[in-house]
Design a protein around this ligand. Structure first.
Ligand SMILES: [Ca+2]
Length: 298
């Protein structure tokens, strides 16, 4: 079914390309960031109206951006329909073996309106994507939209020979894998250079918070567990050794809780007798002298 989309795309691309070219970027927010196009579309890539989820994504690299915290993505749209409002999503994919992953790591819904008609009407729309943090290395950024709900919208494409070629992948809901425009047999992609998608990242320096990783977390957990057990044992021993009545029933020989075994070499609590109250001062305090008999003198 992908062939149907591509053949239709070829026809539309030719027709759209016949319209006067030369649209300007338009939105001042889209003049910075990572720019891979020359700012003027010569055609546009779209999908047949039966496609529910069509996507085009362009290759980027984290090293092209000042930080990994994105702020804005700009996407240029044009149309050949009477409807000028397009609902779409800005999508971000990690790289897996040289191509986009199967699912995006971020998808930001947006609406472009009013989308201009024909190539001359192509203009950028800025989308706030603050909060999206890109991975290190190669990643992919582009758009997906429902061509059955919003037909005859096109993502602006730059085919100017002076533009350095950038890898772009496409897929629709009936395909099970991405296709690179460089590997595509479709002749419409022969003049391809770039799709008009730009990324702007925060200029503020990042503060990297070190993490322990799985091994570090395991070691930390084991140490915390051992420390907790040690504190619990010390508290039990302390209760037995400092209470003379209320806790005495829980204390056994050696001042340890009943049912527990004293550790090897451990000294019992002073004065501890199995099943009997424990007096911390026993043994260190002289026995009290017998009280004198009450004075019975009248
Ligand atoms: Ca161009």
């Amino acid at each position: 079914m992908r062939f149907a989309g591509k053949y239709w795309l070829a026809g539309m691309a030719f027709w759209v390309g016949a319209i006067t070219a030369g649209a300007q970027p338009g939105d001042p927010a889209c003049t910075g960031g990572v720019v891979k196009d020359d700012g003027s579309p010569e055609t546009g890539w779209g999908w047949i109206p039966s496609v529910i989820e069509g996507q085009y994504v362009q290759q980027f690299h984290s090293g092209e951006l000042p930080t990994r915290n994105l702020e804005t993505v700009c996407i240029c749209w044009l149309r050949t329909s009477t409807d000028w409002e397009l609902d779409f999503e800005v999508v971000f994919y990690r790289d897996v073996a040289g191509e986009p992953a199967s699912t995006p790591f971020a998808a930001i819904p947006a609406t472009a309106t009013p989308v201009g008609e024909g190539v001359a009407g192509g203009r950028f729309f800025a989308v706030d994507v603050s909060g999206v943090r890109i991975p290190f290395g190669t990643f992919y950024l582009g758009a997906r939209w429902n061509a059955s709900a919003d037909p005859f919208f096109f993502l602006c494409a730059d085919t100017s020979p002076a533009t350095a070629p950038v890898n772009v992948f496409y897929i629709d809901d009936r395909a099970d894998e991405w296709t690179s425009v460089f590997d595509s047999a479709d002749p419409i992609f022969i003049p391809h250079r770039a799709i008009m998608v730009r990324a702007v990242a925060s200029e503020r320096a990042e503060i990297e918070i070190p993490t322990l990783g799985h091994t570090g977390l395991w070691i930390l957990g084991a140490l915390l567990g051992a420390a907790a057990l040690g504190l619990l044992a010390a508290r039990r021993l302390s209760l037995c050794c400092t209470t003379t009545r209320s806790v005495s029933a829980r204390c056994g020989a050696g001042g340890l809780p009943n049912g527990s075994r004293p550790r090897s070499g451990g000294a019992p609590c002073p004065g501890a007798v199995a099943g009997q109250p424990v007096d911390l001062n026993a043994g260190s305090r002289a026995p009290e002298a017998a009280l004198p008999a009450p004075d019975r003198a009248l």
